[in-house]
Ligand binder design. Structure first.
Ligand code: HEC
Length: 383
């Protein structure tokens, strides 16, 4: 789920340094120990690059998302350094100034992104997307996007187009950490009476505790593959092989062969195209360039007043239907979109109606001899 990320800029750039509290007179060894480190900018660039490669799906960078963790570590290091410096030089931490600096650094860029997404939402987004973006906007601005996404449990929401504000979850985590960490640090310093190793020890203990908790709570299976049962079923269906027709084969009778010829001769094959070849598939090489005997052109046809359901769906008008594939039709109990008949011959006659593209072909069918009709149906059952 959390596959996109927004990287807050860690601190400690030149301007930040000017905000550093001045060292107290006569306190030379306590001047701010932390200064601008160009190497950290290099690390930052590498981290961003990793995340970009990961999202681009580059095969040799499957761990690129660790750049997010690198960013968190950098931010943690820089922020902690600033807080420790302030504590050592001033003996206290000005929380209000600290939080104001964080807001000044993060908010302008975030507001810009939110406004841009808002413009997109108003002019481009579909109504269902709009609803989501509205919620995500508040989540992002309040820096709680991570919690919002965590508690969003609807299958449909997870299957929907990812929100353009999805990546703000990482900003949320960072900002919440900025809120909690200075308080926690001061508390630890107070409790341990400022003993440095005690503070470090507690911090490491908390980090390990958090990691252990995550390991215990972690739900095996790829968390980005939610909902896994739906995906598994879709893949099962997607990778199933096609039904094997009786013809050609040892069970193929001369009646079926005759029916096959009639099927083409009277024009059923105009819509029920006997076979199509699949394109190249990277995902399933076994399904690449395969002849699929689905007996459908997969196209929409006007089927006239008799079959019309009066419903417009996607590109299909009220009397339009996509040619039903006939593979495995012998296994079917009810025919046509509304299952109106369980009689195969009747399902063919139902193709006829005012304005149906199949009228001529159905007239041909009606003129067939009894035997030819029977052969045709035997052929259909063999698919
Ligand atoms: C103009 C295109 C067209 C022609 C010609 C045509 N069909 Fe169809 N056929 C369709 C469409 C579209 C459907 C799906 C209609 C529906 O679901 O209501 C369909 C459905 C069927 C079905 C039902 C399949 C199912 O799973 O419910 C059968 C059987 C069938 N056709 C056989 C034939 C035969 C046999 C012929 C030749 C006599 C023929 N069709 C001619 C377009 C055509």
């Amino acid at each position: 789920m959390h596959t996109t990320v927004s990287l807050a800029e860690p601190e400690a750039e030149q301007p930040e340094q000017s905000e550093q509290p001045a060292a107290r007179a006569g306190d030379r060894d306590r001047t701010p120990s932390f200064t601008y480190q160009p190497a950290l900018d290099g690390l930052r660039a590498l981290a961003v690059l990793g995340v970009l490669l990961y999202h681009a799906g580059v095969s040799w960078a499957p761990g690129g998302f660790l750049g997010v963790d690198a960013f968190f570590v950098l931010s943690g290091f820089l922020i902690t350094s600033l807080l420790v410096d302030e504590w050592r030089t001033r003996g206290r931490i000005d929380f209000r100034a600290f939080w104001a600096r964080r807001a000044r650094r993060l908010l302008p860029a975030l507001v810009l992104v939110v406004v841009a997404v808002g413009v997109y939402a108003v002019f481009v987004a579909r109504p269902d997307e709009l609803q989501r973006i509205r919620g995500d906007t508040f989540g992002s601005l309040l820096y709680v996007a991570n919690w919002r996404q965590l508690f969003e449990s609807s299958y449909f929401a997870k299957l929907a187009t990812p929100s353009p504000l999805r990546h703000t979850w990482s900003l949320g985590i960072e900002e919440q950490w900025y809120l909690v960490w200075p308080l926690a640090l001061v508390l630890m310093v107070r409790v341990t009476a400022g003993r440095r190793w005690a503070v470090i020890g507690i911090t490491i203990g908390l980090a390990f505790g958090s990691a252990a908790l995550m390991a215990a709570l972690f739900d095996s299976g790829d968390p980005t593959q939610v909902p896994s049962d739906v995906n598994a079923f879709a893949n099962f269906m997607r990778f199933l092989d096609q039904p094997i027709p009786l013809c050609p084969g040892t069970a193929c009778t001369s009646q079926m062969q005759s029916g096959s010829k009639i099927f083409v001769a009277i024009g059923c094959a105009n819509c029920h195209t006997p076979s199509l070849t699949t394109t190249t598939s990277e995902m399933a090489t076994g399904l690449s360039q395969v002849q699929a005997n689905l007996f459908s052109d997969l196209a929409l046809h006007h089927m006239g007043g008799n079959l019309a359901d009066g419903i417009t769906q996607g590109n299909a008008g009220p009397d339009q239907f996509r040619t039903a594939p006939l593979w495995g039709v012998g296994q079917r109990v009810f025919f046509l979109h509304d299952g109106r008949t369980s009689n195969m011959a009747q399902s063919i006659l139902e193709h006829e109606g005012s304005g149906s593209e199949a009228n001529r072909v159905i007239e041909n069918f009606e003129q067939l001899s009894r035997q030819d009709k029977e052969n045709l149906i035997l052929f259909l059952r063999s698919l």
